[in-house]
Design a protein around this ligand. Structure first.
Ligand SMILES: [Zn+2]
Length: 108
């Protein structure tokens, strides 16, 4: 499976959010790998998800910033396989993956 979820090409943020809300959980990777945090800011986690419409895999990185109120951020990375997602977890922490990932991504 090496399809790319069409949400990565969407320019309308609302439409994009709606599409991403249909993603289904494939595997939860938790919040740490090899001593690296799998999130930015204060807490979070990574979850591999699948888009049922595009039959594509998306690695989602959820991060929470504790400020006056909690602020939630989600990064989306288009991955071709579970193996690619695992490799990214092993190599990059929450900030590094944003910089180093070369494929389609949406950072927020
Ligand atoms: Zn999709």
């Amino acid at each position: 499976m090496s399809n790319i979820c069409k949400a990565f090409e969407m320019t309308d943020t609302k439409e994009q959010r709606e599409h991403f809300s249909k993603l289904e959980v494939v595997e939860r990777f938790g919040d740490e790998c090899n001593g690296k945090d799998l999130y930015k800011h204060h807490e979070g986690c990574r979850i591999l998800k699948r888009c049922p419409e595009c039959d594509a895999l998306v690695l989602c990185q959820y991060s929470v910033l504790h400020f006056y109120e909690d602020e939630n951020y989600t990064d989306y990375f288009s991955v071709a396989s579970r193996e690619e997602a695992v490799e990214l977890n092993e190599k990059y922490d929450g900030y590094e993956i944003e910089k180093e990932f070369k494929g389609k991504k949406i950072l927020r």
